[in-house]
Design a protein around this ligand. Structure first.
Ligand code: XBP
Ligand code: MG
Length: 268
C-alpha cells in the first residue's frame, strides 16, 4: 500500500539552500545594512545548530557581537526583523536567478506521488515566502499548489527539533503518522519527525553530513534517478534495501509496511 502522505523538509532536502542560498543571502543583508558581519562556511555551520533565520541572527549577536547595540531609536527585535526580511528578499533573488536547483530525485518523486494521488506536505523551519519562491522557480508556477499542507516558519510555537511542525502537518492531512514518510537532511529534522511518529528518510546535505541520524529508516546520499541509483548509507531498513536504490513509491510502500523494499524501488 502506498504511503498515506509524503512530508518534505525544505532546506537541505529539496535543494542545497543553506549553502547556496541562505548563507550568501544573510551576508548580502548585512552588507546592505552597512554591517561588517560576514558568516563564513565554518561559522554558518556552527550557527545552523539554531533553526530559524531570526533566531540565528540573535544567536550570532549574543555569541559573536556581545557589545553590539542597534542604531538609536531601533529595537533589537526590529533590527533582527529587518535583516531577516532583507535576507529573504536576497534569497528569493538568488532563486529567481537560478542559483538553486532541486536535489536528484526530488522532482521525479513529487511527480510520481502526484500522479498516484499520494498527498504531499511541507514541514519546514524556513519562512513561507522562501518555500514559495523555491517551488515556483524550480518546478513551475503551479507547484506550490501541489502541496495539500504547508507548515512553515513561525506557524509553530517551537521550531525543529520540536515535533510540532510534523504534528501540525499530520493533523492537517488527517492521516496516521506511522503511514507517512518524512524527508529530512538533518538530525534536528529526524528528531522532529520521529517525535511526531513519522518514519524518516534522510538525504544528508552539505552541512549535515556526519550528523547522527539515529532512528531514520533509510539514510541515502540522495533520492536517486532511474539509471543513477543513490548509495544507501545507513538506516534501520538499509540491509533490506541493499547498497543502492532509487527512492520511489514502491520502495516507500515497503518501508512503511516494514518490509524494507519492494521490486519497484530496490537496487537497479
Ligand atoms: C532550515 C532552517 C532555516 C533556514 C532559514 O530548517 O533552519 O532557519 O536556514 O530560514 P529546515 P528562515 O531544514 O527545517 O527547513 O531564515 O526563513 O527562518
Ligand atoms: Mg533541512
Amino acid at each position: 500500500m502506498a504511503p498515506a502522505a509524503l512530508i518534505f523538509d525544505v532546506d537541505g532536502t529539496l535543494a542545497e539552500t543553506e549553502h547556496e542560498g541562505h548563507r550568501p543571502a544573510f551576508n548580502e543583508a548585512f552588507r546592505e545594512a552597512g554591517l561588517d558581519w560576514r558568516w563564513d562556511e565554518d561559522l554558518y555551520g556552527e550557527l545552523l545548530a539554531v533553526t530559524g533565520g531570526k533566531e540565528r541572527i540573535r544567536r550570532y549577536i549574543e555569541r559573536h557581537r556581545p557589545g553590539f547595540r542597534p542604531p538609536a531609536g531601533v529595537s533589537l527585535d526590529e533590527l533582527v526583523a529587518r535583516l531577516h526580511r532583507a535576507k529573504n528578499a536576497a534569497f528569493a533573488r538568488r532563486v529567481r536567478e537560478g542559483a538553486l536547483g532541486l536535489r536528484p530525485g526530488v522532482a521525479r518523486l513529487l511527480r510520481e506521488a502526484r500522479a498516484a494521488g499520494v498527498p504531499l506536505a511541507i514541514a519546514t523551519t524556513t519562512s513561507p515566502e522562501n518555500v514559495e519562491a523555491l517551488l515556483r522557480h524550480t518546478l513551475g508556477a503551479d507547484a506550490p499548489g501541489w502541496f495539500d499542507v504547508v507548515v512553515a516558519g513561525d506557524m509553530v510555537s517551537a521550531k525543529k527539533p520540536s515535533p510540532e511542525v510534523y504534528e501540525r502537518a499530520v493533523q492537517a492531512l488527517g492521516v496516521d503518522p506511522g503511514r507517512c514518510v518524512a524527508f529530512e537532511d538533518s538530525a534536528h529534522g529526524v528528531a522532529a519527525a520521529r517525535g511526531a511518529g513519522v518514519p524518516v528518510v534522510v538525504t544528508p546535505s552539505h552541512y549535515t553530513r556526519g550528523e547522527d541520524f539515529d532512528g531514520a529508516i533509510l539514510v541515502v546520499e540522495h533520492l536517486g534517478e532511474p539509471g543513477s541509483p543513490a548509495r544507501v548509507l545507513d538506516g534501520t531498513a538499509a540491509a533490506r534495501v541493499g547498497p543502492r536504490c532509487v527512492v520511489d513509491l514502491a520502495l516507500l510502500a515497503g518501508l512503511v509496511a516494514g518490509t524494507g523494499a519492494s521490486a519497484g524501488g530496490a537496487a537497479r
